[in-house]
Write a protein that binds this ligand. Structure first.
Ligand code: FES
Length: 140
């Protein structure tokens, strides 16, 4: 399996690893097929994602997709973070092997779940804003 330089870089030096104890939103998703779990914590100020951290118990590609996804949404307005697609994650990583595409889906789902949790905590129905989060259990 060929990994891009970018994937190897994020796997060996992942960004934004950890937890935010007083997070405003937490998203946790998992793949029943591979058993990998990804958890994303966000801290929101106004509508800006001020801080984001992740914990991923999973494969190297899942660590790389978590790392780059957190970089891509940090400091961004929520509306922009919601536009993050797994395709954008794959592109930013300069590609993923096809059997690892689902790892990028986990990253999109985890970000959207964290934002959904944020809205729920604010007493706002996330449904109309976020739409359907692709099946929280990813498909291989
Ligand atoms: Fe399942 Fe990577 S192999 S998340």
């Amino acid at each position: 399996m060929q990994y891009s330089e970018k994937v190897l870089e994020h796997f060996s030096n992942p960004q934004n690893v950890g937890e935010i104890p007083d997070a405003d939103g937490v998203g946790e998703v998992g793949s029943p097929a591979c058993g990998d779990i990804m958890k994303i914590f966000i801290k929101v100020d106004g509508n800006i994602i001020k801080d984001v951290k992740f914990k991923t118990f999973g494969c190297g590609a899942a660590i790389a997709t978590s790392s780059i996804a957190t970089e891509m949404i940090k400091g961004k307005p929520i509306e922009e973070a919601l536009k993050l697609t797994n395709k954008a994650v794959v592109e930013a990583l300069e590609g993923l092997p096809s059997v690892k595409i689902h790892c990028s889906v986990l990253a999109e789902q985890a970000v959207k779940s964290a934002i959904s949790d944020y809205y729920t905590r604010m007493g706002i129905d996330p449904g109309p804003i976020i739409g359907d989060i692709p099946d929280p259990h990813c498909i291989i």
